[in-house]
Design a protein around this ligand. Sequence first.
Ligand SMILES: Nc1ncnc2c1ncn2[C@@H]1O[C@H](COP(=O)(O)OP(=O)(O)O)[C@@H](O)[C@H]1O
Ligand SMILES: [Mg+2]
Length: 267
Amino acid sequence: MDRGPAIRVRDVQKSYKDLHVLRGVDLQVAPGSVFALLGSNGAGKTTLVRIMSTLLRADAGFVEVAGFDVAAASERVRASISLTGQFAAVDGILTGRENLVLVARLRHLRDPEGIADRLLERFGLTEAGSRRAATYSGGMTRRLDIAMSLVGDPPVVFLDEPTTGLDPQGRLEVWDTVRQLAGQGTTVLLTTQYLEEAEQLADRIAILHEGRIIADGTLAELKRLLPPVKVEYVEKQPTLEEVFLAVVGARDEASARPADQITEENR
Ligand SMILES: Nc1ncnc2c1ncn2[C@@H]1O[C@H](COP(=O)(O)OP(=O)(O)O)[C@@H](O)[C@H]1O
Ligand SMILES: [Mg+2]
């Protein structure tokens, strides 16, 4: 892949009728890094992911993924990415292995069986591979889903709320999977409502709030937005949660428009 950013988003806007969801979003993701897009329910994370993955057109602005313009070269973008959403694409009737073979066949790849076996191994599913996917736990299903999205080795992977709905064990399993991906040099953009998830996985974190990125940086940079709280002789670092609440709260006060908090309603 070329050396520019793996994902470049500039001044992206998107409305659904009167609902102005994205109001000028800017971000960049370095190749081989894990980028977390953090935002409350309804903030517009899925909307942005759908735009970056060519499923939805922005009203304005510019998006480049893997060096290609999503509007002008959507086919090239599609060939460079995979997208895993909250609702698994796994077919429960098929075994884990059959699911993977099917995707490899659909993508016209050579040696679908070999691809399936390697991915099963990579995600610790070799033993489970011969069982019907309907028998898998939530974490295993999500892992298989992520494995399926890696058939063909896309350089850029979008994971839209990969752990929403999972129990703590499943969440840990998916976290390991994401770490694995990052370890292999894949660029990962994941969305999450969970501060801890961003904190655990991401090289860089951006907070999407009221249609804009209101904070963007490494965890250490975000923590520096708040001065450490001094308690006697012990210096306490702010948690990402404190940073999140502080920056979101500051924005809300600044824009002080009461009764316009649509985002909280659909939680
Ligand atoms: N197809 C659509 N038509 C109308 N409104 C939508 C559509 N998709 C999403 N929305 C609204 O846009 C806002 C952002 O949604 P979404 O991007 O799904 O947020 P998130 O993924 O952060 O929860 C929400 O208020 C949602 O109800
Ligand atoms: Mg969403």
